[in-house]
Design a protein around this ligand. Structure first.
Ligand code: PBG
Length: 322
């Protein structure tokens, strides 16, 4: 039915009408809020390249967790800044590691929140890489044991989900085997399955102090040009036992999210990363973008592309204002 019988504008006349025909809605229950936990007490240091986000000591992280739970956000993703770093990233799997301490403290104070541990070594190694280094090379297989130990120690400290972000081959099966061997058969793995070697992680590396001392992450994270390869990564992670798969970053990779949603039945998570956050904040501060509308539109786009779960630094603020 062509014009003038058909007028697409009829259902756009008012907000109530538009809300009725809206195809995509945002639901804080499907969001995860990332936080950075640091040593000390009473510390809440703003991250310069991520205004509005903070490095939090354990006590302050507990306060934030309570707020996040009250706002109706689904979960919390924990990153740690250890007291000290070493060659093998031992702070990642120490029983009293920073993330383990935070998990225990939060678990004691909030009952309902889904606590996700980010499993990686780069915040804990003195060289800033995600695995064991020999002669300047990031070794795959020797890193698996350390990643599996990290995941298990997080589960033992109270993590409801473990989320490996390192992109070593075989880490999902290594983690699944270790968890199951210790009786943690019920702990799901959310794998950063299609994680790209992205410039958009810049601000995160300031926040987490995880910039590599030499080289980059291109021998393990994916080439931004590839989507078929992302599907292969996802398939392998699912075969190894991943329960939830993730695409990261989000906005520059909406096609990858869509393709993952179309091809696989597992829940798909998308990570709106630090650089995506920083771009919006910087432009809004300059008066170049309408902050609230931009945030809303970016998250709606990620959801529309097919993400079931969204990991976003806007989770707390947006859940409180929705
Ligand atoms: C750790 C990790 C990174 C991010 C999440 N986990 C950084 C990286 O891979 O260099 C990035 C998150 C963000 O930018 O918000 N491997």
């Amino acid at each position: 039915m062509p014009f003038p019988l058909n007028r697409m504008r009829r259902t756009r006349q008012g907000e109530r009408m538009r809300a009725m025909v809206r195809e995509t809605r945002l639901d804080p229950g499907a969001w995860i809020y990332p936080i950075f936990v640091c040593p000390g007490e009473g510390i809440r240091t703003e991250i310069p390249s991520m205004p509005g986000q903070f490095q939090l000591s354990v006590d302050k992280a507990v306060d934030v967790a309570r707020q996040v739970e009250k706002a109706g956000v689904g979960g919390l993703l924990l990153f740690g800044l250890p007291e000290s770093k070493d060659e093998f990233g031992s702070g990642a799997y120490a029983e009293d590691g920073i993330v383990q301490r935070a998990l225990r403290a939060i678990r004691q104070n909030v009952s309902d929140l889904v606590l996700v541990g980010d499993v990686c070594l780069c915040e804990y190694t003195d060289h800033g890489h995600c695995g064991v280094i020999r002669d300047g090379e990031i070794l795959n297989d020797p890193s698996l044991d350390l990643l599996a130990r990290t995941a298990l120690s997080q589960a033992q400290a109270g993590a409801d989900i473990v989320a490996p972000s390192d992109m070593m081959d075989g880490r999902v099966i290594a983690i699944r085997t270790r968890l199951d061997g210790a009786g943690r058969t019920h702990v799901p793995i959310m794998s950063y399955a299609a994680k790209y070697a992205s410039a958009f992680y810049g601000p995160f590396r300031d926040a987490a102090g995880s910039t590599p001392r030499f080289g980059d992450r291109r021998t393990h994270q994916m080439d931004p040009a590839n989507v078929r390869e992302a599907m292969a990564e996802i398939r392998l992670d699912l075969e190894e036992g991943a329960d939830i798969i993730m695409v990261k970053p989000a906005l520059p990779y909406l096609d990858v999210i869509r393709e993952a949603r179309n091809r696989f039945d597992a829940p798909v998570a998308a990570y709106q990363v630090s650089g995506e956050y920083a771009m919006i904040e910087a432009a809004a501060r300059n008066g170049w973008l309408d902050r609230d509308r931009t945030i809303h539109e970016a998250l709606t786009g990620i959801r529309r592309a097919g993400a079931d779960i969204i990991i976003t630094y806007y989770a707390l603020e947006l859940a409180e204002t929705l």
